[in-house]
Design a protein around this ligand. Sequence first.
Ligand code: 13P
Ligand code: 13P
Ligand code: MG
Ligand code: MG
Length: 367
Amino acid sequence: MNEITLSAIKADVGSVGGHLAPSREMVARVKEFLSREGGGILVDHHVTHLGDDICLLLSHREGVGSHEVHKLAWEAFKMGARIAREEGLYGAGQDLLRDAFSGNVRGLGPGVAELSFRERPGEAFLLLLADKTSPGALNLPLYLAFADPMHCSGLILSPSLGQGFRFTVMDVAHTKADRVIELDAPQDLYDLAALLRDNDRFVVEKVHARATGDQAVACSTTRLTAIAGRYVGKDDPVAIVRVQKDFPATGEVLAPFALAHYVPGFMRGSHIGPLMPVRAGTPVSYFDGPPQVMALAFSCHGGRLSDPVDAFDHPFWDRIRDRAADKSLEIRRQGFFGPAMLGMAELEYTGIADRLKALEARFTVRE
Ligand code: 13P
Ligand code: 13P
Ligand code: MG
Ligand code: MG
């Protein structure tokens, strides 16, 4: 097969001191495992981590949803979880929600973003990883990068980008099967906006260039709560975004993250906080947050990955991080009141529902 497939598969399999970061030993052993066992299947790989999540970026020729590639990732995470147990880490095996591998890691817990393509000369892409938030956190930056000329000047400057992009949006509330809709920007822009504003329910899954039909974006859409039937952690998302030429430039994809927009997540997956752009490997801190995102930029040739550039490791983003810290402090000042905490339907814990139910009997209706 001429096509290269990139698979980004991430999971939280345990972390040091709470939900902060995986141990060095876990990350080192996962890397060793892929180098040792990946030989026959992978062209190349890169292991990174953010907050308490480990992400495996795998390049290969096996196509999307490959049994062998997913099994390799599953085994790597199982091994990581084993070490987390040995080290007594918190939430060991958190995202491995099934005991047995059944052909594909989708539906088993790990987040997956993968896409296949004929490599361009100068193939460039971003690996985006977010922690303490959910997949809908990427709705706004992807909308702004692929559909808004205020953020992506390529939409008016490049004839190819000017033909617009096709968004595939998934209804993640529909858990029995994948329920998706395709909408074209700019023609369907208001319909797209109407869905993407509801980022707990509608999530960008893919974006394709309308000029070429080529896929630019793949995002994970995992719903851990739906798989496990209870809160086991937030569905911290991963995405691959191909950039340049017929796609937005790297900087056009990064630019919307300067908003540090408010997203669901933060402490106990139950609050609202700003999405802080951080360096790869940043642990989590204040109020189990703030929600954070990292971006590694890669070039790829024959499936071989360059050393990545850490795209948010630049003085510009220090200013944005300060703003995100200010926005965090501001919303945290009002604790659990109003929009600082998620609405009842999105709350990740049952405690408050039980409490309200118990109070029902004590209400009286005044005549
Ligand atoms: P526990 O209820 O297991 O302590 O998990 C909650 C949590 O870790 C939120 O940070
Ligand atoms: P994670 O989803 O990153 O494990 O965070 C869980 C949590 O509840 C943090 O407060
Ligand atoms: Mg965790
Ligand atoms: Mg996490």
